[in-house]
Ligand binder design. Structure first.
Ligand code: TRP
Ligand code: SF4
Length: 355
């Protein structure tokens, strides 16, 4: 099994993943958020310590980055929702635009990364609930000087072999982006920023190599080891991986409500071969992407979700009826989001993120 932050694989076997990489399973510790309650966040590294520090009133912060490459879709929304949740708890929130990574690993120009960040990514982050006034938002290419001198210090504290052991096949561009990401995760603890404290990085499981490397650096440098949570991958609408490069696999946040509703019609279900069979056996809900969309994105209320689960698995509802519900939810969500995004664009215009 391999975890590749630059790869395009999806992961199905989360038990195997946690065992092989020494990721802790996420226990239920009463975090009131649907990603936690529903086990969508399946694993972590020292989240318990982060949470204990937060509960004890100690300084903690969260940091995440999104790389501006391709359209922003529902898969990206998961991290934004989590940031908004922590921000709502009063936790200091740092969001970075990984434009250096986009350049060195995807060949995306500075101009294109800026355009995507300002016109699409940030307006959607804000529309989804991130409060830009209370967040520290920065672009990798435009942070203050100590961040860059720290990044160059890091590059001298690791060997090529160590990088290869964490990432496998690695190119100079990937190496640069990995080290910049180390800078992102660790620089908040420098005296020039907020000093030593526990930083939580909520990410998809493919980012674990970065987390492991960052924790190793923290140990070497006498910093607090960053904590991380890992959420499941969003399935593609067709059941494969949700991918930016395949429009049919995702609902892009900038899709019009009409397009998004059309895409919902084709979402893979767990339907049986015949209606009679489904009434008898119930739907194969574990394989159903419609249900996943409800659980991850469109149904917040646990009772409502449980009712769909019951009707589906008892064969009381067929997929056609179920998809009608999905279409309504998607239509409402997407038109609300579009309205909020237009407002957010005005806020973003006033931000000076790039030079
Ligand atoms: N590598 C992340 C991505 O592909 C983006 C990123 C850059 C990031 N720096 C980070 C994520 C620091 C978390 C923490 O989306
Ligand atoms: Fe999925 Fe709904 Fe069909 Fe059940 S009834 S398999 S939840 S689409």
């Amino acid at each position: 099994m391999e975890l590749n932050p630059w790869g395009s694989e999806t992961i199905k076997d989360y038990d195997k993943l946690t065992k092989e990489f020494g990721i802790e399973r996420m226990p239920q510790i009463g975090v009131d958020n649907h990603y936690f309650r529903r086990g969508i966040i399946f694993g972590h590294r020292e989240f318990d310590k982060f949470w204990a520090d937060y509960k004890a009133g100690k300084k903690v912060s969260i940091l995440t980055g999104i790389m501006p490459s391709g359209p922003m879709h529902l898969g990206h929304k998961m991290v934004v929702d989590q940031c908004a949740f922590y921000q709502g708890l009063g936790i200091k929130t740092h969001v970075l635009i990984a434009d250096i990574e986009a350049r060195t690993t995807r060949g995306i120009s500075k101009e294109e990364a800026e355009r995507l960040a300002l016109e699409e990514y940030l307006p959607n982050w804000i529309a989804l609930g991130l409060d830009p006034k209370k967040a520290d938002i920065y672009a990798q290419s435009n942070r203050s000087i100590p961040y860059y001198s720290f990044y160059s210090l890091l590059s001298g504290r690791v060997t090529f072999n160590e990088m290869q052991a964490v990432y496998g096949d690695i190119t100079p561009g990937k190496m640069t982006s990995a080290l910049v990401q180390m800078g992102d995760i660790l620089h908040l603890q420098l005296p020039d920023y907020d000093g030593p404290h526990r930083v939580l990085v909520p990410v998809g499981a493919d980012q674990d190599p970065h987390i492991r490397l960052a924790r190793g650096f923290a140990e070497k440098l006498g910093l607090e080891k960053p904590a991380a949570t890992f959420h499941r991958f969003a399935s593609g609408l067709d059941g494969g991986k949700m991918s930016s490069s395949k429009p049919a696999s995702h609902i892009a946040l900038n899709d019009s409500p009409e397009v998004a509703v059309k895409k919902s019609v084709d979402v893979l279900t767990g339907g049986r071969n015949t209606a009679a069979e489904q009434k008898k056996l119930g739907g194969k809900i574990d394989e159903c992407v419609v249900y996943e969309l409800y659980a991850y994105h469109f149904i917040q209320d646990d009772k409502e979700l449980a009712e769909i689960y019951r009707k589906c698995t008892k064969g009381e509802m067929l997929c056609g009826e179920c998809k009608q519900i999905l279409k309504k939810k998607v239509e409402k969500f997407m038109s609300d989001l579009a309205k909020k995004r237009e407002k957010a664009k005005k806020q973003v215009e006033k931000m000076e993120l790039f030079r």
